[in-house]
Design a protein around this ligand. Sequence first.
Ligand code: DLL
Length: 431
Amino acid sequence: MYQPELETMSQGAKYQLQSDRLISLVDRLKASEVPYWQDKMAGVAAVKSIDDITKLPFTVKAEMRNAFPYGMLTLPISECNRIHASSGTSGKPTIVGYTRGDLDVFAEVNARVLGCAGARPGDVFHNAYGYGLFTGGLGLHGGAERFGVTVVPASGGNSAFQVELLADLGARGLCATPSFSLLLAERAEAAGLMDRIGIEYGILGAEPWSESMRTKIEAAWGIDALDIYGLSEIIGPGVAMESVAAKGAPFIFDDHFYPEIIDPKTGDPVLDGTQGELVLTTLTKEAMPVIRYRTGDITRFVDEPSECGRTFRRMDRISGRADDMLIIRGVNVFPSEIEAVVLAEPGVSGQWAIILDKRGTLAEMVVRCELATAQDIPQRDNIRERLEKVLHSRLRSRTSVLIGDPGSMPRSELGKAKRVFERIDETDPLG
Ligand code: DLL
């Protein structure tokens, strides 16, 4: 554990720390002369404890876009040491500024991430998250240096070269998106390098993934595959992380990022254990704090103690973003739920996609995947029937499954995996 005293803090001490931090944050923001903060805090009373957080206003993504580029900074940009940006799908990205102190917290929480994964000082640690405006590469890089491992700043892409580096440099840890980690496993296998690669843990996130995907990644590499969660608007990676002893429910580092889960329609807190939208408040950010940021990510609290002794609040893995939820003939489903079904089949590989065929009046969903190996070819029809049956019972309507030959699905080397495609004419969106 990187910071045993902080990571196993008693609930009473945590409550006091969170309250003190929220009180000073609100006082600081109320005194700010920045127009965004004056508007935001107008009429907001001082808080007395963390329990008063529900009296504060929410923050939504659109406010960040409107404040482009520096409108939400509490300090002049000259007092920031770095900026990152979140990749917006439309329009301008969101710019996030970090002071020296913010970069310290960024490194600290990511050092905790390495501790959760079972890293040891002196490990060679292969970082395949993109370096640049994206927070993944530099965020884990800072955490890795702070923890005391030797970082290989591989960045994204170039999978054939990356597997050689993994073999030659002796990495014990890997961080990447789950989809890229699986692509690397495929490349390593094809290049005959598996025997020379000794990774033991993977720190995988930045995109939704399922337990079935975890099973595939762990089997392909023989590692512990662990879920890391984060978002640029809050800090980047290192908002939440699973530990080896507590797979299935990541710890939210709630001494820095205070979590709430609300009903996305009413904004009211949901009953503990019920799914809703994750809302986060940064308790310690200097340059660009956010209060009650509506992440759009859907999860629920998991209030179970963990064997590793960490006392952070825990959540379920993120099912997806509220905007990514599909409504198939009136049934709501997240792409990650489809993934869980498809990848539970040992005969299919980890590559899959959903095609929403919009050529007719009612959109049809087609699930596309591929066989894992040539030995699975005789099983193709059986696998298809099994998958269609399970999807039918989940979605209460018929779903077609198309299973291609091994290697027939397109693979992406960079960024986050795209899983949902629309088909509007005769062109196959998967090419
Ligand atoms: O993806 C930061 C990050 C880098 C996290 C490396 C983990 C590892 P953004 O590009 O701003 O930041 O995207 C944030 O990605 O709101 C979620 O919708 C999604 N996301 C991130 N991690 C997970 C995860 C980085 N473990 C957005 N599971 C978030 C599911 C995730 N979704």
